[in-house]
Design a protein around this ligand. Structure first.
Ligand code: TMP
Length: 206
């Protein structure tokens, strides 16, 4: 694959989606043709799977079912959208990818990082991003943004603070595990500062 693949990672309400909109606008202005996408979702079938996963009424969902649905949604998104763009030499910036499953399902749901890694290897053939930006902010501070009404609640937002802390610690662990690929930005800073830090990292790869 000739293109450039960048992913944005972080806990719920870490500010990555807001930053990604600002990044897209700036890169457009600078004349880069960038394809933005998100997981779970990004293409029709994957968005349909997303609706099932995050539906607050699906309280009985088994953890492994959840992990497999994320992987299924990811596969469809990858083969239908990401891979063709990268094969053409394009630039893809994706809001979440395999790392989200490693920490939410592997650590948060306690299914184990290795098992979730293997499942996702089936889904995307072991494809790794060229750069991953981790939006670093503690869950307690981040989740206050939901209670401020900035965003609609989904099924995972309803998890306990302990779950979100496990996810956060999972992210810190994978930052240590993949230091050459994952770079932290300080997501406790202002929107403009977070955007600028992430933008500089992305521009260094273009
Ligand atoms: P979003 O809020 O970033 O759109 O993501 C939806 C929720 O799905 C969020 O709580 C994180 C969670 N998630 C996982 O648990 N595993 C995954 O593999 C992905 C992509 C997201």
């Amino acid at each position: 694959m000739k293109g450039i693949f960048i992913t944005l990672e972080g806990g719920d309400c870490s500010g990555k989606t807001t930053a990604s909109l600002m990044i897209k606008e700036e890169l457009d202005k600078l004349g880069y043709k960038v394809h933005m996408s998100r997981e779970p979702g990004g293409v029709k079938i994957a968005e349909q799977i997303r609706d099932v996963i995050i539906d607050v009424n699906n309280k009985e969902m088994d953890s492994m079912t959840e992990a497999m649905l994320y992987a299924a949604s990811r596969r469809q998104h990858f083969v239908e959208k990401i891979e063709p763009i990268l094969n053409e030499g394009g630039i893809v910036i994706c809001d979440r990818f395999v790392d989200s499953s490693l920490v939410y399902q592997g650590v948060g749901r306690q299914l184990g990082i290795d098992k979730i890694y293997e499942l996702n290897k089936l889904a995307v053939g072991g494809k790794e991003p060229d750069l991953t930006i981790f939006f670093d902010i503690e869950p307690e501070a981040a989740l206050k943004r939901v209670s401020n009404g900035e965003r609609k609640l989904d099924r995972l937002d309803l998890e306990s603070i302990e779950f979100h802390n496990m996810v956060y610690n999972g992210y810190l662990d994978i930052c240590d595990k993949f230091p050459n690929r994952i770079v932290k930005v300080n997501a406790r800073a202002t929107k403009e500062e977070v955007f600028n830090e992430a933008l500089q990292l992305i521009k260094s790869k273009l």
